[in-house]
Design a binder for this molecule. Structure first.
Ligand code: GUN
Length: 280
């Protein structure tokens, strides 16, 4: 029987802490959110980000664009946000419609305002274990939850399932920075159950509902479920939660685990971006 980590509660206390800090500032740190098209999930995430920003005493500016917006229009908007001293953080909600050059647009964001940590400069700083890096919010959320367990990470076998730029790669890098022995599994990996069996920490970020089975887990493993899958109108993680919680030592639920932490960490990054810009 495991401890179920309450991401919602931990995120609320982080947001409360950000609020205490923003109250002391003369100006509200401001996050610009670029949202393109009508992706329903993206709209929900962005709504959550805006309302959490307000709770944290930050300002969120939502910039909405039609599905068929050109790369040129977006690029020019990003460039003007880069130069706008009232904007401290910029995110482009992903995924973008297929006709847009996602990577090129992410690289247009000023690295000092890149609170999603998707610019290659921040990815490189993270690889160098440089504290100046903005770490992607979900990866930072997973690491914060791991810290909450109080378990020493050094030397642990960590398995990351999924190699996305948004979650899998940065979380693997951050685990490596904490001296874990890191394995990254993906859709071409052979014998995933054996890798899971060997893992002290499992980060499931593959986007396949209930793919990780309880019978694969090592007894006492720490399980971080990053999956948000809608199955029959219900949110389901990448881990088969109910049986897995009988085997794990700590586990995150879906919803209410990693999801709320992602939002809190984005706001933390925005506050840090503001402070960096003011002190530079
Ligand atoms: N889409 C899914 N997760 C994220 C995220 O963390 N940031 C952005 N910008 N888009 C996302």
């Amino acid at each position: 029987m495991s401890v179920v980590l309450n991401g919602k509660e931990i995120a609320a206390s982080i947001i409360e802490n950000i609020k205490k800090q923003t109250e002391k500032l003369q100006e509200k740190p401001t996050l610009a959110i670029i949202l393109v098209g009508h992706n329903e999930a993206s709209r929900i995430y962005v709504r959550n980000k805006c309302s959490a920003a307000q709770k944290a005493g930050l300002q969120a500016e939502l910039l909405e664009f039609e599905e068929n917006v050109s790369a040129k229009t977006l690029k020019e908007k990003i460039q003007s946000l880069n130069l706008d001293s009232h904007i401290h953080g910029i995110i482009i909600q992903l995924p973008l419609p297929a006709h847009l050059p996602t990577q090129e647009l992410l690289e247009t964001v000023d690295p000092l305002k890149d609170v999603d940590g998707f610019h290659p400069l921040n990815a490189g700083l993270l690889q160098n274990n440089n504290p100046a890096a903005f770490a992607p919010a979900t990866a930072r959320g997973v690491m914060t939850l791991l810290r909450e367990t109080g378990v020493e990470l050094e030397g642990k076998n960590a398995l990351v399932i999924g190699r996305s730029q948004i979650v899998g790669k940065p979380v693997a890098q951050m685990l490596l920075n904490k001296n874990c022995t890191v394995t990254i599994a993906h859709s071409k990996t052979q014998n995933l159950p054996a890798l899971v069996q060997n893992a002290d920490i499992v980060v499931a970020a593959c986007g396949r509902p209930k793919m990780v089975k309880a019978s694969w887990l090592k007894k006492g493993a720490i399980v971080m479920d990053v999956g948000i899958n809608r199955v029959e109108n219900k949110l389901t993680g990448d881990v088969d939660f109910e049986p897995a919680k009988e085997v794990a030592s700590f586990i995150t639920p879906v919803p209410g685990g990693v999801g709320p932490m992602t939002v809190a960490m984005l706001l933390q990054n925005t506050l840090e971006a503001y402070l960096k810009q003011k002190n530079s």
